[in-house]
Design a protein around this ligand. Sequence first.
Ligand SMILES: Cc1ncc(COP(=O)(O)O)c(C=O)c1O
Length: 382
Amino acid sequence: MPHTGALHEAMKFETLAVHAGRRPETATGSVAPPLYLSTTFERDPQMMPLGGHTYIRESNPMQTILEDALAPLEGGAGALVFASGMAAGVALLQTLPAGAHVLMPDDAYYGWRVAAQEFLPQWGLTSSFCPMDDLDAVRRALTPATRLVFVESPSNPLLRISDIAAIAEATRASGARTVVDNTFATPALQRPLDLGADIALHSVTKYFGGHSDVQGGALVFRRRDETFEKAAHIRHILGAVLAPFNAWLVLRGLRSLAVRVAAHSAHALAVARALERHPAVSRVNYPGLPSHPGHAVAVRQMSGFGGMMSFHVKAGREAAIAAVGKAKLFVRATSLGAVESLIEHRATSEGAGSTTPQDLIRLSIGLEHPDDLIADLEQALC
Ligand SMILES: Cc1ncc(COP(=O)(O)O)c(C=O)c1O
């Protein structure tokens, strides 16, 4: 049996991450969760499903095990997992009626921006962008047609901080819902539903998986309401289902989420402080630094500042690209949230249409010793 809600509420996050959704494997006594790969499920003579499932795309045991573990981590009433983070967000967008307006951060993950510009119009939805770290701008941008406000805090790649509680309150007052892309922070550091948001969204490809070897996405809902049911139906019919082995890998990853994120955060703070002192760097975007304009809000709504940061190279684009090229320990690759540190010239990774400053380098700080990471950046920047 999964743990009860009351027990979950009494547990510290570290304990919850290890035990949430665990169930005894009575058939074998296996402590590690089983991996069920079956695409189809047997029925009894009356055609009733023997184990509650019928076909993998509708529901399957791995999906259920992972969702039972994820929902309590975000303090939600229910979770839905998807084939990718994008698929999770798109399913949510597809729950909206034609004519609805979606408000997005002007510094959203570029996938959301491309989706809003290229696909929302085809689905009869409208969207607009505003600086989510400016509450007055958010209030002005809400329209009577707004049904969903997308928040990303910290944002990708500028690490801007939005006041989740204040935005959720303004959004609720206007009759819309707030979804927070919590991929950078993870529930180990920030729980948007506790701050008043309706839905937390994750690319579990990142910190939940934690090892650069699995793709997936998740929505965690405050209530198992109509939107939850619609998103589940969209996944069932349209098919953005998480593969069973991927669910197993994410489940394995989330058991160590708390300790990994604590280490990522400590290492990132050390790297951010060193970069801030570096003469070749004009600005460091890391919410843990008192110089960050969103630091006070971050202190209020986060219990740590995470492993992601970006910084601007004084000498501009070519110098930034040259520094990325000289990295020896940092791996030149996109994505984030895994054990190895990654470095990228973000505008190049995003490609045509990128709005990211050309002098910006994005770092995902891994689990290496921060002194080694700092030494690598120092040699790369000289
Ligand atoms: C903040 C954020 N949200 C969503 C996504 C999309 O996730 P996925 O690549 O799993 O579709 C990403 C991917 O990089 C991301 O960084």
